[in-house]
Design a protein around this ligand. Structure first.
Ligand SMILES: Nc1ncnc2c1ncn2[C@@H]1O[C@H](COP(=O)(O)OP(=O)(O)OP(=O)(O)O)[C@@H](O)[C@H]1O
Ligand SMILES: [Mg+2]
Length: 238
């Protein structure tokens, strides 16, 4: 998969402010979009494993009542040969904010996976996160939520000034112009940075997920999927 041709853009933020946000360490990373099915949970668990493999003590908070991340964790718990793991808990709404101080004392990295709707969990996550990763599919109907996500980010910054917001393409097409068109659209998001990375639509992701693995652990590995997840982690500075 080619790197997306758009450049990281925070044109809507002033230079110093943009640099300050880029240097924020993603101790608390939220993965959210009010659009469902864009790959939030898939990215959350893959980033969790990537950070765990770097030696971090990682907590994954499943903030979605659908509990996909918690189900993944249960499947994962039965896998043989997994030497390391991360912790998964379910926490919703205001409890995410209330427990965060305590949890940050216990874990190196916290990832919050929230539902594909405008929920109390998403809003709570925006008040505590250092970084929010906002995945989009390269489909115009999916991009309709971009301005609403910008508005939620800006609202979140009223109480959480440091919040860095990063949009990226997931489920990118293997070819065609839709990726570039969508990538350009992400650079227009107000107050949100378009990450210069994307993750393609690859069978490795659902296959690994259904087995309780990250693409980083799956055998045989899909090297492109592995590289994409590593690039996402690097771009997030996580
Ligand atoms: N990069 C990818 N390549 C192929 N399939 C993917 C990719 N990312 C996600 N998927 C698949 O897309 C579907 C939706 O993914 P996922 O559940 O992670 O999205 P979500 O945004 O968390 O959804 P929800 O809003 O329901 O919580 C799943 O079947 C998942 O396996
Ligand atoms: Mg999900």
């Amino acid at each position: 998969m080619e790197r997306v041709s758009v450049h990281s853009s925070i044109s809507t933020l002033h230079g110093n402010e943009a640099d300050e946000r880029r240097s924020v360490v993603a101790v608390i990373l939220a993965v959210g979009n009010i659009k469902g099915g864009v790959g939030k949970t898939t990215l959350a668990v893959n980033v969790a494993v990537a950070l765990m493999q770097q030696g971090r003590d990682v907590l994954l908070i499943d903030g979605d009542e659908q509990a996909s991340a918690a189900t993944f964790a249960r499947v994962r718990a039965d896998r043989p040969g997994l030497k390391n793991n991360f912790t998964t808990i379910q926490l919703h709404g205001a409890a995410i904010r209330q427990q965060m101080l305590h949890l940050t004392r216990k874990y190196d990295r916290i990832i919050i996976d929230v539902a594909g709707r405008d929920t109390g969990s998403l809003r709570a996550a925006l008040t505590v996160a250092d970084v929010i990763l906002i995945p989009f599919q390269p489909r115009s109907v999916d991009l309709w939520t971009a301005s609403q996500m910008s508005a939620l980010v800006i609202e979140g910054r009223h109480v959480n000034e440091k919040l860095r917001a990063c949009a990226m393409l997931n489920l990118a097409d293997p070819q065609g112009s839709d990726n570039n068109v969508a990538g350009e659209a992400l650079t227009m998001m107000v107050g949100v940075e378009a990450l210069p990375v994307m993750v393609g639509r690859r069978k490795a992701f659902p296959n690994a997920f259904s087995e309780g693995y990250s693409v980083l652990e799956q055998k045989p590995k899909d090297p492109k999927a592995v590289q994409e997840i590593r690039r996402v982690v690097e771009a997030l500075g996580a």
